[in-house]
Design a protein around this ligand. Structure first.
Ligand code: CIR
Length: 255
């Protein structure tokens, strides 16, 4: 059974990092209800959800994806590009130690899990404002002995690589071509987001279905026409914090 690690929404989320969005008021009660519904969607998809307590002094800590990369063989705790987010990693490392050997990205390298897209044994890392050459090289050093390739990918106009591309079915990616060139991913089928929905490329594949925001109906139609089964979630409040659906969990194979 896959494991999905999540963390409750911080009471301090209003002070989250923002790069491409204007700050808007976030309804904490609604954000927490939406987050619980997201956890239920993960459970319906067949995951065992390990829901960690909110960390009220760390505004972005609901976005656990950025704190680690969990491969079948090893977990790599990141060193997030935003300084305010670095203390989050102290809270994820002991949890992951229950499942995997844990390694750490070391200073001065930076790496956000949101920049890391794994397609089988191929790992792609966005060269974004959050992840640098040293972080990418350190990930490569840990992953290559297990047979993974690690390829840096230029990404622009968005926060992370996975703002621009995610896997929506085996061998199928959903991309915003304005932010990343799908040719980087080689032999995959690439679907494009609707041009009116630039933020629509982030979906979370779990248990054969795609956990996907309700806010992108045009792209959703494209996905359904391509045969993708959608599990809809409303994450409007987390989107105001520049979050999406992959960022709120770490999903990996159980042991
Ligand atoms: C940040 O800027 O770090 C947060 N406000 C949003 C992080 C979203 N994470 C993700 O897409 N993996």
């Amino acid at each position: 059974m896959p494991i999905a690690i999540t963390r409750g929404v911080s009471a301090g989320i209003a002070a989250c990092e923002l790069t491409h969005l204007e700050r808007q008021p976030i309804d904490l009660v609604l954000a927490r209800a939406q987050h619980r519904a997201y956890e239920q969607a993960l459970a319906r998809a067949g995951c065992r959800v390990e829901s960690l307590p909110a960390l009220d002094s760390l505004p972005d800590s609901v976005f656990v994806e950025d704190t680690a990369i969990v491969l079948d063989e090893v977990a790599i705790v990141t060193r997030p590009g935003a300084e305010s987010r670095r203390p989050e990693t102290d809270h994820i490392a002991p949890v992951l130690a229950n499942y995997r050997r844990v390694t750490f990205i070391q200073s001065p390298g930076t790496l956000d899990g949101g920049d890391v897209l794994r397609l089988g044994r191929r790992i792609f890392v966005g060269r974004s404002g959050r992840s640098d050459e040293s972080g990418i090289e350190q990930l490569r050093t840990v992953a290559w002995p297990y047979g993974y390739t690690v390829t840096a990918v230029p990404v622009g106009g968005c926060l992370h690589l996975k703002s621009a591309v995610t896997e929506v079915a085996p061998g199928v990616v959903l991309v915003n071509p304005a932010w990343v060139d799908a040719a980087a991913f080689g032999d995959v089928r690439a679907l494009e987001v609707d041009p009116d929905e630039p933020y629509a490329a982030n979906g979370l594949l779990a248990g054969g279905r795609l956990i996907y925001p309700t806010s992108f109906p045009r792209t959703r139609r494209r996905l359904e026409n391509a045969g993708v089964t959608i599990e809809p979630v409303d994450v409007s409040e987390l989107q105001k914090a520049e979050g999406a659906v992959t960022c709120c969990s770490l999903v990996f194979a159980g042991v």
